[in-house]
Design a protein around this ligand. Structure first.
Ligand code: GAL
Length: 642
């Protein structure tokens, strides 16, 4: 472990609360009970537009004034949400064209939430107006100690919209990006299939084309859509900051990659994310049914940790879990209850990865509307749900347990643009950049390593890069010259590939052929994707799966297939991995590269994971059976701190 320790800070806990959903007489009791449980934070108001402004211009602050007072006077700190994720019905009468439009051109209807198009400038102004009104009223309120803008951008598939507003915005964006239509035609290769445009006004959004649209067109639309989300957010952040000094955040989701979270984090004082381990295992971890069965009440052992590390790496390092699953949720295909101990385990794990706070969604289960089957800390009748005792125990445990953060020895690069590039040209039905990076992460964790996940922008200085003993950079389809140079000159070992620098920023194949890394004699001659039932055996055991490249190289071969094709090659501290590996292959590669870099590894038992904070070693048992860890028996759902 590198030393580089931050001063220890005391972690805190909180909950999400909807005063507008409960009779006023209940607020006081709720607030006191939260404090008695050991909670510090309460997030409110992020869906409350309908009660704040029931008709256009009719502002009803009194209930919110009172709610903030009751919560604050009880001793809680309020995170105040701006309500733009839930535009009220009258907003549609005012702006009938504000709805997001799906891929087939249909407007998404009112009746749930997140139904707005990020490109609609009228709605953007409305959201800024409301953020500004709230910031003016509560910006100096002593109880309001933090802000949340909107709620879970991109959730429910809402980043992309094919509305007229998006089309207008896209044309303006293209004009700014390319300046001149000839430049765009050249950059996109529009001579192919006679796709040349005469002017920017002719360009459509890339949906509903006869066969696939030009990958360059798709990539431009992805970049544009991401910028729209970031701009929408920034407009509210600026409005809040004009009237308030309290830090501003947004709550990201698990495995939502449609907009560049690293770019957005530049404009936030801290980032948060919403962790639903059991929902995710069923819904978005690409797991076999056997794996789902083994972990159905615990969640995937790596998925939460990956997001903790990812979001810690995006901005200034300050992050929270804003919504922690407390019991069964309502939205996954199957919604079991967590194993006893898991709510405490998930929370400790977040804290061990550097979360400043963990807040639970939600205080009391709602007896009405869409989420009535979603548990809370209290049942609808206010009796205690099973997680309550675990949270009480945790609150007592953290009371005297300040936690430090330190740099890991291992960095893993995650790039949102690479995710879009793989989505645009996956080359096979079973390839996804997220899964590739996550497979690498899983292998690192199975070998007992703590990892910093970093966006390319975090590696813009050689100094940051040089702090790591091994940098893993799989699948970065487009790499800037600057990023390449920094990795070439890294002090530590660097593992590139597969698909490194395989495309220009306009999604064309570069010449000279990729990866074109000065310090490594490797050229990718060709690539192929593999059927799931046709893996290729590796010489030392395990397989190449999904995707591989055939190399022209005279670098030292560390791994090869049974038929002698190089898979991992090395020249000094630079290595190129030419294929996607199964876990047997990945773990051998992790062990051998860490061996070269003198980073000790320690194979974890099934479902056991650890995390080094620089002062403590935390062990977590996600498995459904006990494991012997460091001479102690760790029960399922158990946490050991050394
Ligand atoms: C989150 C969302 C919350 C609530 C929760 C239910 O994605 O932010 O508002 O819907 O899911 O699990």
């Amino acid at each position: 472990m590198t030393t580089d320790l931050t001063p220890p800070t005391k972690p805190t806990l909180g909950t999400c609360y909807y005063p507008e959903q409960w009779p006023k007489e209940q607020w006081q009791n709720d607030a006191h009970q939260m404090v008695e449980l050991g909670l510090t934070w309460v997030r409110i108001a992020e869906f409350s537009w309908g009660v704040l402004e029931p008709t256009p211009g009719e502002l009803c602050w009194q209930w919110l004034d009172e709610a903030i007072d009751v919560l604050g006077q009880a001793g809680l700190k309020v995170v105040l949400g701006t309500p733009s994720a839930a535009p009220p019905r009258w907003m549609l009468d005012k702006w009938p064209d504000m709805l997001a439009t799906d891929n087939s051109g249909d407007a998404r209807k009112f009746g749930s939430r997140r139904h707005y198009c990020f490109s609609h400038l009228g709605y953007r102004e409305e959201s800024v107006r409301m953020a500004e009104l709230m910031a003016k009223r509560y910006g100096n309120n002593p109880y309001v100690q933090a802000w949340q803008v909107d709620n879970e951008y991109g959730c429910h598939d809402t980043t992309y919209s094919y509305s007229d507003a998006a089309k207008r915005g896209f044309r303006v964006w293209l004009q700014q990006y390319y300046a001149n239509i000839d430049v765009l035609n050249e950059a996109w290769g529009n001579v192919f299939w006679s796709m040349q445009y005469n002017n920017f006004e002719q360009i459509e959004l890339p949906n509903a084309t006869v066969t696939e649209a030009n990958p360059a067109h798709h990539m431009a639309y992805r970049r544009f859509s991401s910028d729209q989300v970031c701009d929408f957010n920034l407009a509210q952040v600026e409005a809040i900051k004009t009237f308030s000094k309290a830090p501003v955040s947004h709550n990201f989701m698990g495995r939502i990659t449609d907009f560049d979270h690293a770019a957005m984090a530049q404009n936030l004082d801290f980032v948060t994310w919403d962790s639903y381990p059991l929902g995710f295992l069923e819904d978005r971890v690409n797991a076999t049914s056997e794996h789902q069965r083994q972990y159905d009440r615990q969640g995937d052992p790596d998925f939460q940790a990956f997001h903790h590390d990812l979001y810690r790496g995006l901005g200034n390092g300050r992050w929270w879990v804003m919504e922690q699953q407390p019991g069964p949720v309502n939205w996954a295909p199957y919604n079991p209850a967590p194993l006893a101990g898991m709510v405490r385990l998930w929370s400790w794990e977040a804290l061990a990865h550097g979360a400043e706070a963990v807040c639970y969604f939600r205080w009391r289960q709602a007896p009405f509307a869409q989420e009535q089957m979603h548990s809370g800390l209290l049942r609808p009748d206010s009796s205690l749900a099973p997680c309550y005792a675990e949270i009480r125990q945790l609150a007592q445990e953290i009371e005297h347990f300040p936690i430090s953060k330190c740099k890991a020895d291992i960095a893993l690069v995650f790039d949102y643009t690479a995710q879009w590039a793989w989505e645009i040209q996956p080359h096979a039905a079973n390839t996804s950049y997220f899964d590739l990076v996550f497979d690498c992460y899983k292998a690192l964790r199975k070998q007992g390593l703590s990892v910093d996940v970093l966006p390319p922008s975090a590696l813009e200085t050689q100094k940051v890069c040089d702090q790591y003993k091994v940098l893993w950079a799989p699948g970065l389809m487009h790499m800037t010259k600057r990023l390449k140079d920094i990795l070439i000159h890294a002090k530590g070992h660097v593992v590139w590939g597969p698909r490194s620098a395989a495309k220009t920023k306009n999604m064309a194949i570069p010449v000279p052929l990729p990866p074109n890394i000065d310090s490594l004699k490797v050229t990718v001659q060709s690539c192929e994707s593999l059927r799931p039932d046709r893996p290729i055996a590796l010489h030392q055991g395990g397989c190449v799966i999904n995707y591989r490249e055939l190399l022209d190289t005279n670098a030292n071969v560390i791994e090869q297939t049974m038929d002698g094709e190089p898979v991992l090659v090395q020249q000094d501290k630079q290595l190129y991995l030419a294929a996607w590996l199964d876990q047997t292959g990945w773990q051998r590669v992790v062990k051998s590269v860490c061996g070269m870099a003198h980073v000790p590894t320690l194979e974890m038992p099934d479902g056991v994971r650890c995390r080094n904070t620089g002062t403590h070693l935390f062990w977590f048992n996600y498995d459904n059976k006990p494991h012997q860890v460091s001479e102690q028996l760790l029960e399922p759902g158990g946490v050991l701190i050394q």
